[in-house]
Design a protein around this ligand. Structure first.
Ligand code: PGA
Length: 251
């Protein structure tokens, strides 16, 4: 089983002072048994890398352009992230897909750009409430993963972390039950294993959507859930430390 992973996604929140506070809080903890990532706004990436330098926490970006450097005002390329030693990026978060119209094709391009620049992609998938109510949740997620599978070799896929984030659970306080989340995770793992073969137990599958310290243990107890992607609760240092500690024990 891969080590548990807790990834905090600050979205368009936070500040340099919150980064200093968070680094001080996490530095005191014994988190060797889990991996901890913090995904911060692009403008803070370099500062965050410096703050977490003496901790086990790795800093990542929340988005990148899949295009080669050029006339794309306002965008940040994979090469630029690599240049500042940023080795992780979120790709295809549902807010990027829904608010900014990011397509499955763009998600694939961005994932490949990450891999080409030695950046570990954390790719998000998940269904809307209407899709879940229509009984399509598994199919939607399998299709989203299928788009990646079409373009990535087994070795490339081994570098990818996938987060299942049901859109109806993001920022709503409504968490998928551990049972429902496990069901989708098992389906994702089966899909990957059928396509690529035996390495797939090693691919890390995270759950995200209103994760709190009070819900993380039960989620991580599920056989196919290897970690959590945490939005709102990653901005509260006490809550985030508790989530990381729960994951460290879950190993
Ligand atoms: P949430 O966000 O924990 O605030 O629901 C999760 C995410 O969007 O990654």
């Amino acid at each position: 089983m891969p080590r548990p992973l807790v990834a905090g996604n600050w979205k368009m929140n936070g500040s340099k002072s919150l980064l200093i506070e968070m680094a001080n809080a996490l530095r005191k903890e014994q988190l060797e048994a889990c991996d901890t990532w913090l995904l911060v706004p692009a403008v803070f990436v370099e500062f965050a890398i410096q703050q977490f330098d003496t901790t086990a926490v790795k800093v990542g970006a929340q988005n990148l352009s899949g295009q080669a450097p050029g006339a794309l005002t306002g965008e940040v390329s994979a090469a630029m992230l690599e240049d500042v030693d940023c080795r992780i990026s979120l790709v295809g978060h549902s807010e990027r897909r829904q608010i900014f119209g990011e397509t499955d094709d763009e998600v694939v391009t961005k994932t490949k750009a990450c891999i080409d620049h030695r950046i570990q992609p954390l790719v998000c998938v998940g269904e809307t409430l209407a899709e879940r109510q229509a009984g399509q949740a598994k199919q939607i997620v399998v299709d989203q993963i299928g788009r990646l599978m079409e373009k990535l070799t087994a070795a490339e896929m081994a570098a990818v972390v996938i987060a299942y984030e049901p859109i109806w659970a993001i920022g709503t306080g409504e968490v998928a039950s551990a049972y429902d989340a496990q069901e989708i995770h098992a389906e994702m793992r089966r899909t990957l294993s059928d396509y690529y073969g035996l390495e797939c137990p090693q691919i890390r599958l995270l759950y995200g959507g209103s994760v709190r310290a009070s819900t993380v243990k039960e989620l991580l107890a599920q056989p196919d859930i290897n970690g959590v992607l945490v939005g709102g609760a990653s901005l509260d240092k006490h809550e985030f430390v508790q989530i990381c500690n729960a994951a460290a024990i879950a190993d």
